[in-house]
Ligand binder design. Structure first.
Ligand SMILES: Nc1ccn([C@@H]2O[C@H](COP(=O)(O)OP(=O)(O)OP(=O)(O)O)[C@@H](O)[C@H]2O)c(=O)n1
Ligand SMILES: C[C@](O)(CO)[C@H](O)COP(=O)(O)O
Length: 238
């Protein structure tokens, strides 16, 4: 895919789509995890605050579940506009819904960011590094090199074999791609019934090699109750 000339420089302000329409199945409980309290604010608001207080964020699109009863109706946060969209059954559906509500001055060639609502500990310097480095090419993502030994399990949870961790990275978010290219790639994956677990995977399927930008290990995704306790510790430590 011949990349359009970058229309986002390291000094441009970018819109960020925040998928927050998940069902929190692995977390459990009655309230979707994005609305659980995290050091006095909801997990979702913590994440939105991290994004809205970064100088290079122009605005936010929060993607909500169709039956979300908890969204507080925010439409501006730290002077940044906050739009909403209704998500779908899969993450990719939710990101596509968010792409559709971006302002029209965010052109096809503009870079946009996608950041999990479930990642409230994003560091501003990591975001700045992603924008600067991924904005010079076809986009990229924050990620961490795998540092633990990896085991493939048998069905009865014994070690089948040790996997090489050479050149393996754990994908984080934000992930950053041009609006048009990301929309087309997600649409293609959906049309071909390919389940993509992150935006980079959709871009890979159309031949893009996203840049891996090393991010902080503490940019954790809150998936289980233990993660929420860890996120609370990390936020109060800062
Ligand atoms: N259909 C979906 C699925 C996930 N997400 C969002 O994508 C992020 C990462 O997903 P994950 O941590 O897996 O959240 P859930 O899908 O809610 O968790 P689970 O898989 O345990 O249900 C979350 O902010 C979640 O709200 C979304 O917007 N739409
Ligand atoms: C996007 C992501 O956070 C990168 O690691 C991850 O793929 C989300 O997966 P989930 O199963 O939707 O939490």
């Amino acid at each position: 895919m011949s990349a359009a000339p970058p229309t986002t420089t390291a000094n441009s302000a970018l819109w960020c789509i925040v998928p927050a329409a998940g069902r929190s199945a692995r977390f459990g409980g009655e309230i979707p995890k994005q609305y659980l309290s995290l050091a006095g604010e909801s997990l979702l608001l913590r994440t939105l605050e991290r994004l809205a207080t970064h100088a290079q964020i122009a605005g936010l699109v929060v993607v909500l579940a169709a039956d979300d009863r908890h969204w507080p109706g925010i439409n501006i946060l730290h002077g940044k506009p906050v739009l909403t969209a209704i998500g779908g059954g899969e993450r990719a559906d939710s990101v596509l819904a968010g792409l559709l509500v971006l302002p029209t001055d965010v052109t096809s060639g503009h870079f946009i960011l996608v950041h999990d609502a479930a990642r409230p500990c994003l560091r501003h310097d990591d975001l700045s590094r992603l924008i600067a480095q991924a904005g010079a090419g076809d986009g990229g993502l924050l990620a961490c090199p795998v540092r633990d030994t990896l085991k493939r399990a048998t069905p009865d949870q014994h070690v089948m074999q040790t996997e090489s961790r050479a050149a393996l990275w754990r994908a984080l978010t934000p992930q950053m791609f041009r609006r048009g290219a990301l929309s087309a790639a997600l649409q293609k994956a959906s049309t071909e019934h390919i389940a993509v677990t992150d935006e980079a995977m959709a871009m890979e399927l159309v031949g893009i090699r996203p840049l891996l930008v090393e991010g902080s290990e503490d940019n954790i995704k809150v998936t289980t109750p233990a993660d929420l306790r860890l996120a609370e510790f990390l936020l109060q430590r800062a």
